[in-house]
Design a protein around this ligand. Structure first.
Ligand code: 6PG
Length: 242
């Protein structure tokens, strides 16, 4: 794995604006090289500020019709449910940018069987790629050290073959659909976005103390890894002098 690129920003907005810049630069690089850009969006609340920055600052900076959108995880709720990661992106990124659903690879959370939805999503990913290597995967960080829907002490952490799996999360008594480490670590670029004081403890434990939380095990085989933090999330890090 290549080195981890850690960048710390004074504010959550600066973090979001820089993340947006990275997304745009990567999109244009891969579109110019291969004609398309494949990106897996993360869930939770942090991505919303990134989406707003992309819409506000970069609406005309990318040929958005050449970007293919996936999701690195999803709550097992209907796509129009307020907890849906897909809905968050539709409302704050895809619709404002006028992106057609033809380039959106939605997870079919309407299926009765979560495992069936995961298998179907994996089939779609395998059909899309010659080798399932996303150009970019965006990830968040939970204060328990989870990322995507890879929560501590859940079965998905052990998956070594499948690319996408349905994961029962006892903590929430709910099913989640999530990328697994084989898919996450095959990515060409992974960007973690973490903001807020509530993340500062787990950020220190992962980045400084190297504790093996689920998020710590995302180590791209040959891709680049970025951790973009605001000052609050980085407040417990004892950084070496640059
Ligand atoms: C989800 C996410 C999850 C999220 C983290 C951080 O579906 O909840 O994919 O991994 O990224 O929990 O969430 P916040 O950005 O809301 O802190």
């Amino acid at each position: 794995m290549q080195q981890t690129n850690i960048k710390i920003f004074d504010t959550k907005q600066e973090l979001a604006d820089t993340a947006a810049q990275y997304v745009v630069e990567m999109a244009n690089e891969y579109i110019s090289k291969h004609g398309r850009f494949s990106v897996a969006l993360s869930g939770g609340s942090t991505p919303k500020i990134l989406y707003n920055s992309l819409v506000r600052n970069y609406k005309d900076a990318v040929e958005w019709s050449k970007v293919d959108f996936f999701w690195s995880d999803e709550r097992y709720v209907p796509i129009d449910h307020n907890d849906s990661n897909m809905k968050l992106a539709i409302d704050n990124l895809l619709n404002p940018l006028g992106i057609s659903t033809n380039s959106c690879y939605f997870i079919e959370t309407s299926l009765a069987n979560p495992a069936g939805a995961a298998d179907k999503y994996e089939k779609g990913i395998s059909a899309y790629f010659e080798k399932p290597e996303f150009d970019l995967i965006l990830l968040g960080l939970g204060d328990d050290g989870h990322t995507a829907s890879l929560f501590p002490r859940t079965k998905a952490l052990e998956e070594k073959e499948k690319l996408v799996i349905a994961n029962w999360v006892e903590k929430f008594k709910t099913w989640r659909i999530t990328f697994t480490y084989p898919l996450l670590n095959a990515a060409k670029n992974v960007i973690f976005l973490a903001a807020g004081e509530g993340k500062s403890g787990v950020v220190k434990e992962i980045l400084q103390e190297k504790k093996p939380y689920p998020a710590a095990l995302v180590k791209p085989n040959s891709g680049k890894l970025f951790w973009l933090l605001d000052k609050q999330a980085a407040s417990q890090l004892e950084l070496q002098n640059e």
